[in-house]
Design a protein around this ligand. Structure first.
Ligand code: SF4
Length: 388
């Protein structure tokens, strides 16, 4: 198999990944050439990127769990977001969860296998009072689950707020760059790309592990995608969640379908080649965009979110754990726990003929391409049992 692009010095994907293992840094030309890989050759690219994944993460998969502490009602205008100002998406809307409810929800995700809990709140950024509120949740959660990592995701931080979260026991802070600086003005007008970069830097300098990632499929060019990936590499993110746009009805990106499953694999492979030692998480939208190739994506990504997302429902948690085991991977931190048992009868997703197994117990509408995301109606902010 050869990399046909004339800009490259490497003749095969394997040669390139071997070189990366020896210290070569992926160049922008190489990244663009990899994105141009044909569908027929994409699994060879995945295999080469997979050698990097195996080198640094073995066969483990890190399982993360989201708790949406405050949903909707955001004054910002991010075009992709169902929680944005003016969004007509019929999502759950609620203000801050009580601390005991937040900790309870997190505990259910931990019981489901998560070793990191991501505590998320909508909004441009927190007040100091909000940070105190989340700090209380983190302290309680850490008392109960000292080995579980806690990541806060509260938006743009002001001076001193990252330190306060760190003192409360937070391990990480998430703030996604989402896309390229050159595309950012088209994605959001109420805050800047620089503010996002600055927040990640503040978190990092306060001793929090920086988590920052992407939303792909928003109309970015290949050059802009590479620009965004390299910005994350330059930022030194410890973990990179890659979200695949879920085009919610009622948002400006409604009806935007730019991705195929193989294109998603190529994007993940390029992130792996660019950042070989970084946790790479397949995040929101994986079910509808990767579909039946989700387990193939685990050859490149070493991390995923279990259960539901902030405003939409994800694949059944038990189906995720089965997918991990079926593909020969083990959940990080649960190597001695049996996560291979088949889902209980009655708890599996209904058979709707979807090869992607992307339907949930609570929603029989399949979230395959061209169908809008299934809105979350369980877990945090509801009386219903979460998907964990
Ligand atoms: S991404 Fe965050 S800041 Fe932007 S609209 Fe959504 S909740 Fe608000």
């Amino acid at each position: 198999m050869s990399i046909t692009n004339q800009r490259l010095e490497f003749s095969t994907f394997a040669e390139l990944s071997d070189s990366i293992l020896k210290g070569h840094r992926l160049t922008a030309d190489e990244a663009l050439a990899l994105l141009e890989t044909s569908d027929a050759d994409t699994l060879k690219l995945v295999s080469a990127a997979g050698t990097l994944r195996r080198q640094f993460f073995g066969n483990t998969v890190k399982v993360n769990y989201l708790v949406n502490l405050k949903s909707g009602l955001c004054p910002e205008d991010c075009t992709y977001c169902s929680q944005r100002l003016g969004s007509k998406a019929e999502i759950l809307k609620y203000t801050w969860l009580k601390p005991e409810e937040a900790v309870h929800q997190a505990g259910l995700g931990i019981a489901g296998g998560a070793t990191r809990v991501c505590m998320v709140a909508s909004g441009k950024g927190p007040t100091d009072r909000d940070v105190d509120r989340v700090a209380t949740m983190i302290e309680t959660l850490k008392d109960q689950h000292p080995d579980v990592e806690v990541c806060a995701c509260l938006g743009i931080l002001k001076d001193g707020q990252a330190q306060r979260l760190k003192e409360a026991g937070a391990d990480a802070y998430n703030h996604n760059l989402n896309t390229a600086e050159s595309l950012y003005p088209e994605i959001c007008s109420t805050h800047s790309f620089d503010e996002r970069v600055s927040t990640v830097q503040q978190a990092k300098s306060s001793g929090l592990s920086p988590c920052s990632g992407l939303i792909v499929g928003m109309g970015e060019t290949p050059e802009q995608l590479v620009e965004a990936i390299f910005a994350l590499r330059d930022l030194g993110a410890d973990s990179i969640p890659v979200n695949f746009l879920m085009p919610f009805d009622g948002t400006p990106l409604q009806g935007t379908w730019n991705l195929t499953p193989l294109a998603c694999l190529r994007i993940l492979a390029v992130v792996r080649m660019a950042c070989p030692e970084t946790e790479l998480r397949m995040a929101g939208g994986r079910e509808m965009h990767l579909r039946s190739l989700q387990s193939t994506a685990l050859e490149v990504a070493n991390s995923l979110f279990l259960g539901d997302y902030l405003t939409s429902e994800g694949q059944d948690a038990k189906a995720d754990l089965a997918m991990i085991a079926d593909a020969g991977f083990v959940v990080l931190g649960a190597e001695n726990r049996d996560t291979t048992a088949a889902p209980d009868q009655g708890e599996t997703a209904p058979d709707t003929g979807c090869s992607g197994s992307c339907c949930s117990t609570a929603n029989t509408a399949c979230s395959s391409q061209s169908e809008e995301p299934a809105l979350r109606r369980r877990g945090a902010g509801t009386q219903e049992t979460p998907n964990a």
